[in-house]
Design a protein around this ligand. Structure first.
Ligand SMILES: Cc1ncc(COP(=O)(O)O)c(C=O)c1O
Length: 419
């Protein structure tokens, strides 16, 4: 090793520039009831930085027209911005080709696309679909609707008391009837990071395709769909510092090509007569009607913004926040963290003895602190832990250690009010 290389290796990693990053987010300057906003509801929806807002305003004020079907300046400009956004998303998740990126309205829409288009063609009576106890309702209910219609069966992977999937039990669920696996990458209710790469490899060894619900992974860790080798991967723009109304379904081209369309209408066709309609190529086959153009361009700007900071730096900062918050919360008597997996993203679900989560949320709001309370669209997880609901603090890269302190002080205030 040269002297320079040794010196570089010894140099400490630069501190995460959280204050500079916070300055990019206008909403973080808000006060709620005279107290500075402490926004810890990022798993539900994250906030949007100024460059993303600016990009959408620029589109709306200087580039807006419908895409794909005009020869005039604005239509061509809008089309190239829309296409560029698809390319940005492709590189962000390392998809092999941009036609493997389908714009949807969100994770829910993306999963419904798969259950409808893939499921109705390839899953039939007596077939089995494997899901996990951790799933968000959006990766349960569409499969249940399919199973009910087709006479298929859903098998569920159990979790342990820490909120970790029992992978041995998962492997035991496979049999000759297994046709599909749906698994979330990161749990929105508990923060557990699931061993999806290993689960995908096992499913593939049995010839079974896998959909990964990545709604809570893509904003927090580097996701590489080729490395995971997943067949489908779904996520939402609004959890990724982008706008609402946009999401992504990644699908392997070979599978997408074998699937019938999900919705019918303009843009998804090659030719239409009353006798016969032929369909467009992917991704257009799955994007019927005018797409959410501004939202897609906003999502493209959001992935640019996150990439400039670096997903590894984001993950490291959020891990520090989680570690600090966990340590501080464990020191408070009468507070129990629900979800203590060895591998976790920055989500802290907790219960305070003798206080209903709804009251926790309401009192924290009086301190300017936004957390989510409820079942987090994961009722099977609540049932597993025998609670009706939890309070959940979920962090983003723009959260600071001072905000963790504010949360801890807020919890102590809640306890005081209730004693
Ligand atoms: C893990 C997970 N999957 C799916 C969804 C649904 O996302 P959307 O409402 O954006 O479709 C969420 C939203 O909270 C989620 O956390």
């Amino acid at each position: 090793m040269t002297a320079m290389a040794t010196a570089l290796k010894a140099r400490p990693a630069p501190a995460f520039p959280v204050e500079r990053i916070r300055a990019d987010f206008p909403i973080l300057k808000l006060e709620i009831g005279g107290k500075p906003l402490v926004y810890l509801d990022n798993a539900a929806s994250s906030q949007m930085p100024q460059p993303v807002i600016d990009r959408m305003v620029r589109y709306q004020t200087t580039q807006h027209a419908n895409v794909n079907r005009g020869v005039h300046y604005l239509s061509e400009t809008a089309t190239s911005a829309f296409d560029a956004a698809r390319g940005k998303v492709q590189h962000f998740i390392n998809a092999r080709e941009d036609r493997e990126v389908i714009f949807t309205s969100g994770t829910t829409d993306a999963i419904n696309l798969v259950t409808y288009a893939y499921g109705r063609k390839f899953i039939g009576s007596g077939d089995e679909i494997i899901l996990t106890t951790l799933e968000h309702h959006s990766n349960i209910v569409p499969w249940q609707m399919l199973a009910e219609e087709k006479g298929a069966k859903i098998r569920v992977v159990p979790i342990n008391d820490a909120g970790e999937l029992l992978v041995d039990e998962y492997e035991k669920l496979f049999n000759a009837h297994t046709r599909f696996v749906g698994v979330m990458h990161v749990s929105n209710a508990l923060g557990t990071i699931n061993p999806v790469k290993r689960m995908i490899a096992f499913a593939h060894a049995h010839g079974v395709p896998v959909l990964v619900d990545g709604a809570q992974a893509v904003p927090h860790i580097k996701v590489d769909v080729q490395d995971l080798d997943c067949d489908f991967y779904a996520f939402s723009g609004h959890k990724l510092c982008g706008p609402t109304g946009i999401g992504v379904l990644y699908g392997k081209a070979a599978l997408l090509e074998r699937m019938p369309p999900f919705k019918g209408g303009g843009d998804m066709i090659r030719s239409v007569t009353f006798e016969k309609t032929t369909y467009n190529t992917i991704p257009h086959k799955f994007e019927a009607g005018t797409p959410p153009i501004a939202a897609a361009i906003g999502l493209g700007a959001a992935v640019d913004y996150l990439s400039a900071i670096g997903m590894d730096a984001i993950a490291a900062h959020e891990f520090d926040l989680l570690e600090y918050a966990t340590e501080q919360m464990n020191r408070i008597r009468g507070v129990r963290i629900i979800g203590t997996a060895a591998k976790k993203a920055a989500v802290l679900s907790f219960a305070i003895d003798g206080v209903h989560p709804h009251d926790v949320g309401t009192l924290l709001n009086c301190e300017g602190i936004a957390v989510r309370t409820g079942h987090h669209c994961a009722q099977p997880v609540m049932q597993r832990f025998h609670v009706p609901a939890t309070s959940r603090a979920s962090f983003a890269f723009y959260n600071s250690m001072a905000e963790v302190d504010a949360l801890i002080a807020g919890i102590r205030t809640v306890q005081k009010v209730f004693t």
